[in-house]
Design a binder for this molecule. Structure first.
Ligand code: NAP
Length: 268
């Protein structure tokens, strides 16, 4: 039986993305690949065309599939993307000859418990817990069941190493080399006065750390969770428990990939 080599191509509706997808499909079919009509969980690769927003959207839409993924950047920044549209031919040559490696990235997972039930949320960049309607949020933060502090401010951002270059960086968090699989908690506008004491720098924890947040309500339902830019509101949240996921996002990296070159190219 001939082995089916299925590829998922996911793209946004920008003209450059549609044109890039069309070129890519033609090339892949010439190389003997089959392009999934609908998303296939049996595919050997996902190629995501767009910017980081499209990449994040694809991961969430298909529930963090256990399939290697690579991005082609037709968006703004494209930090996740590895290939530009004019590099498709050389990318395919490298892919077919196995000139790549898989980098496993750990998402952050939150178990959000309300008075009635618990719900899961996941982010490859970060999960933000913040005050709704511009209110100050007050919450206790525990690390591995040790109370660390009572935090007051706009909220906290819990980032993965992958997300260190995203929102985390804009709010003063540290850039993290992806070889370190850590959790970074960065405060958002912490209040540090005689009335309230909150940590003012980001704090970095090892891989297996469990961070628990218990909101103290002064206004009912006054917190909101944001995972990779998508807001979640649940009534009466009593506890949010966060830790790195055991599930991995399998980034397909070309052999010459270098994280710090990318930081220089995109940020400096
Ligand atoms: P968005 O407009 O989709 O993204 C905001 C910017 O963040 C875009 O330029 C995006 O790149 C870039 N980005 C996303 N992930 C990145 C990463 N891992 N490293 C470096 N840059 C990254 O915003 P959204 O839909 O609200 O949220 C999506 C993500 O954007 C969130 O996960 C969050 O990390 C980030 N964000 C940043 C800020 C901020 O910096 N103030 C505020 C909100 C959200 P593209 O241009 O290629 O899409």
């Amino acid at each position: 039986m001939v082995e089916r080599k299925i590829i998922n191509i996911v793209y946004n509706d920008a003209k450059t993305s549609v044109d890039t997808a069309s070129y890519l499909k033609t090339k892949l079919i010439q190389l003997g690949f089959e392009i999934a009509v609908d998303f296939s969980y049996d595919a050997e690769l996902i190629i995501c065309i767009g910017g980081d927003g499209s990449f994040l959207g694809a991961l969430h839409k298909y529930n963090f599939p256990d399939i290697p993924i690579i991005g082609i950047n037709t968006g703004h920044l494209g930090f996740f993307a590895e290939v530009n549209p004019d590099e498709i031919d050389s990318f395919l040559e490298k892919y077919v000859s196995g000139d790549y490696f898989i980098e496993e990235l750990s998402p952050i997972e939150a178990t959000i418990c309300t008075r009635n039930n618990c719900i899961e949320a996941r982010g490859i960049n970060e999960i933000v817990i913040k005050g709704d309607k511009s209110r100050t949020i007050h919450m206790t933060i525990s690390v591995n069941n040790h109370l660390i502090q009572k935090f007051s401010g706009d909220g906290i951002l819990v980032a993965t190493s992958t997300g260190s270059t995203a929102y985390n960086y804009s709010v003063g968090g540290s850039l993290v080399d992806p070889k370190l699989n850590i959790v970074q908690v960065t405060p958002l506008a912490p209040i540090n006065t005689n009335a309230y004491r909150s940590f003012t720098s980001s704090v970095i924890f090892p891989t297996e750390t469990i961070i628990k947040v218990n909101p103290e309500y002064r206004f009912e339902n006054s917190i909101v969770l944001v995972s990779d830019g998508v807001e979640h509101r649940y009534a009466g949240i009593t506890e949010v428990s966060l830790q790195l996921s055991e599930l991995k996002v399998k980034m397909l990296r070309l052999k010459d990939f270098n994280f710090w070159s990318k930081v220089i190219q995109k940020f400096l």
